[in-house]
Write a new protein. Structure first.
Length: 373
C-alpha cells in the first residue's frame, strides 16, 4: 500500500474501498503521486456517514457524480462511488451507481487509469493496464471510437498521458479514433483545453506527443494561432515558457481565446519580448524595467549561453530611488511637470547603468528643476 498515514484511517472507515487511478499507476512504476483517489461500492450518502462516524471531515464535492472528499491533516482524498454511464453527449455523462468494479473500470478512459488496488497491494487489472504501462503504451479501454465520442476531452488526455508514459508505439486504433474525433474538440470549453494543454507541456519531454498532435490535426484544432515546430524538451517544464516557444502567432489572441488568467496572459506576452544582451550595465537596465524571471525566460527562448542567466541571477534588481514627492519637495507644484522631471532623471539614471543612488538622483533632479540663468 502507498505510504500515506491517512490511508489506514480511510480504509478503516470504508473497508470496501480500493485505490484507483493515477496513484495505482504511479505506485506500479515507483513514482510519487500528487493525488490519492479511492473508489468504493458504497453510495455517496453512506460514504459521508462512514467518514463522519470515523471522526473524519467529509466534504460533498461532487455528489451528482458520486464524489466525496475526505479532508485529513489539510490534504484532500477523493472517494467516488462506483459508476456506470447512462448517457453521454461528447463531454458530460449521466451516471448511475453500481457495485461492479469491472463495470466502473470499463467506463474509464485508458487501461493505465482503469486499475484498482486493495489496501494489501492486490492489483485488479481488467483490461491489461499494467502491461500497457510496462510497454509505454496509452490505450483506450474498449472501443477507442466509442471512448472518444463519449467525451472529446479524452483526445487531449491521451496526449497528456502519452507525453508522460508513451515510450512505445502509439496504439493505431486509438490514433484513428482521435483523428476522426478532431471536430468534436470544438465542444470543449476554453478552460478545459487550456488546463490539458498546460498538463501536456508540463511533462518532462512532450516533443513526441506534440509532433503526434500536429500530424493528426489536433494541434491546429486547439491552437489555431500559427505555431513553430521547434522542440521544447530542452526547456524547463514550464507550460507558459514552452507555449511562448511554440507560438508564432499573436500571444494576446491566444490568451484571450483560451481565457488565460490576467497574470498568465501578461507573463506569456512578456516572455515574447527581446532577450537581454550586453555588459552588466545593460543587464541592470533590462532588470530595471523587466522582472528577472522574465528575462531569464527570454534567454532560454533565444538559446543564449547559460552564462548570461548566471549573471542575471547575480545582479540585484535596480530600483529607481525617487518618487513624485521628491519633486514636490523642491517646490514643483503637482501636475504634469512632476512626471516629466521624474522621467528625465530616470533616463539619466538608466544611462549611467542604474548605479546612481538617491542623493545623486536628487542632485540631478535639482539641476533639472532649477530654471537656467
Amino acid at each position: 500500500m502507498l505510504a500515506d498515514p491517512a490511508l489506514p484511517k480511510l480504509f478503516a472507515a470504508l473497508p470496501r474501498a480500493r485505490l484507483v487511478g493515477g496513484c495505482v499507476r504511479d505506485a506500479l512504476i515507483g513514482r510519487p503521486s500528487a493525488d490519492i483517489d479511492l473508489a468504493t461500492p458504497d453510495d455517496p450518502a453512506s460514504i459521508m456517514r462512514a467518514l463522519q462516524a470515523a471522526g473524519l471531515r467529509a466534504i460533498p464535492t461532487g455528489l451528482d457524480h458520486g464524489t466525496v472528499t475526505a479532508l485529513i491533516d489539510g490534504r484532500g482524498y477523493e472517494i467516488t462511488t462506483l459508476r456506470r454511464d447512462v448517457t453521454t453527449d461528447g463531454r458530460h455523462a449521466t451516471v448511475a451507481w453500481t457495485d461492479d468494479w469491472r463495470e466502473d473500470a470499463a467506463r474509464r478512459d485508458f487501461t493505465i487509469n482503469a486499475m484498482s488496488m486493495t489496501p494489501d497491494g492486490a492489483l485488479f487489472d481488467y483490461f491489461g493496464g499494467a502491461a500497457d504501462l510496462r510497454a509505454g503504451r496509452v490505450r483506450f479501454v474498449g472501443d477507442p471510437a466509442a471512448r472518444v465520442a463519449e467525451d472529446y476531452l479524452r483526445i487531449l488526455r491521451f496526449f497528456r498521458f502519452h507525453a508522460r508514459y508513451g515510450t512505445g508505439a502509439p496504439d493505431p486504433a486509438g490514433l484513428d479514433a482521435i483523428a476522426n474525433g478532431v471536430p468534436g474538440l470544438a465542444k470543449l470549453s476554453a478552460e478545459r483545453v487550456w488546463s490539458e494543454w498546460k498538463r501536456i507541456l508540463a511533462a518532462p519531454a512532450p516533443d513526441a506527443a506534440l509532433a503526434l498532435m500536429r500530424s493528426l490535426g489536433v494541434l491546429a484544432a486547439i491552437v489555431p494561432e500559427r505555431t513553430t515546430e521547434r522542440t521544447v524538451d530542452n526547456l524547463p517544464p514550464d507550460p507558459l515558457l514552452r507555449t511562448a516557444a511554440l507560438l508564432a502567432g499573436d500571444p494576446v489572441a491566444f490568451a484571450a481565446r483560451l481565457r488565460l488568467s490576467a497574470a498568465e496572459a501578461e507573463r506569456l506576452a512578456a516572455l515574447r519580448g527581446p532577450p537581454p544582451r550586453g555588459d552588466d550595465a545593460d543587464l541592470r537596465r533590462a532588470l530595471a524595467d523587466t522582472d528577472g524571471a522574465i528575462l531569464i525566460g527570454r534567454t532560454l527562448l533565444a538559446g543564449q549561453d547559460p552564462a548570461i542567466r548566471t549573471r542575471l541571477a547575480s545582479i540585484p534588481r535596480p530600483v529607481f530611488p525617487l518618487e513624485g514627492r521628491d519633486v514636490v519637495a523642491l517646490g514643483v507644484p503637482p501636475g504634469p511637470r512632476v512626471g516629466a522631471l521624474l522621467r528625465q532623471v530616470r533616463a539619466w539614471w538608466l544611462a549611467g547603468g542604474c548605479l546612481a543612488d538617491a542623493a545623486a538622483c536628487r542632485g540631478e533632479l535639482a539641476r533639472l528643476a532649477t530654471p537656467a540663468g
